[in-house]
Design a protein around this ligand. Structure first.
Ligand code: ADP
Ligand code: MG
Length: 240
């Protein structure tokens, strides 16, 4: 579903991604971890072309990402993304935040878009918040709205970039629970997170990055108990 081969990315002279090779199969859940600045965000942002890679090849759902704007549009229709900051439209209600994409981009009828939106609000367990504005919700609720909003575009892949890092501790689980449920539906997911309980529960594979490189790829059982690299071991010692 996602294939990165020899992908490198520079910011000026600085090499933020260095010869990345990663394949994610349909329905697979990959959790990406590593120290701050190791290139985790840059890598997943390249998957939906929020960043352009400089070298190598990225193919998403059979479409190669390059200069072709039609390809970029096609990939973005396939790929949903949830960020640390929820990025909801503050002047729109929850329901409107969910329907604006389907109506504007998918040209869906309003009634149909609203039915879809309510279905996904149910899925993230906040159907009663449809008429509120983002500022009236807790952080955990806002992030669940952001997840529902992405799902309304019916993506085949969901990318998450530290979705719980901006949340108060007591709200982290309500968001992770929704993500675990999403994993249960068979969604292909790439999740940057340091929530290792979540990773153990859903990850098919752990990817550990450092200095723009993928240092280690392993199933969670192996990664957490007996990582091959000293760097991963050191990292786990620090966060666990
Ligand atoms: P992570 O998500 O693992 O914390 P990032 O992918 O955000 O790391 O960043 C990787 C490196 O690239 C960091 O050193 C960061 O400072 C640098 N970087 C990220 N975005 C930019 C940018 N827009 N311009 C310049 N440098 C950047
Ligand atoms: Mg990041």
């Amino acid at each position: 579903m996602i294939e990165l081969t020899g992908v490198s990315k520079y910011f000026g002279p600085f090499k933020a991604l260095d010869d990345i090779k990663l394949t994610v199969r349909t329905g697979e859940r990959v959790v990406v971890c590593g120290p701050s600045g190791s290139g985790k965000s840059t890598m997943i942002r390249c998957i939906n072309r929020l960043e352009e890679h400089d070298e190598g090849k990225i193919v998403v759902d059979g479409i190669e990402l390059g200069e072709d704007t039609q390809n970029i549009r096609a990939v973005r229709q396939d790929v949903g993304m949830v960020f640390q900051q929820f990025n909801l439209f503050p002047h729109l209600t929850v329901l409107e935040n969910l329907t604006i994409g389907p109506i504007r981009v998918r040209k869906m009828e309003k009634a149909k878009a609203e039915a879809l939106a309510r279905q996904y609000l149910d899925r993230v367990h906040i159907p009663e918040q449809a008429g509120k504005y983002p500022a009236q919700l807790s952080g955990g609720q806002q992030q669940r709205v952001a997840i529902a909003r992405s799902l309304c575009m019916e993506p085949r892949i969901m990318l998450f970039d530290e979705p719980t890092s901006a949340l108060d501790p007591e709200m982290i689980n309500e968001v992770l629970d929704v993500m675990v449920e999403l994993a249960g539906t068979g969604m292909t997911m790439v999740v940057v997170t340091h929530e290792m309980g979540f990773a153990r529960k859903v990850a098919d594979r752990m990817v550990f990055m450092e200095s723009g490189r993928i240092v280690e790829v392993a199933p969670p059982a192996k990664f957490f108990s007996d990582p091959d690299s000293d760097r991963a071991r050191l990292f786990l010692d620090q966060i666990l």
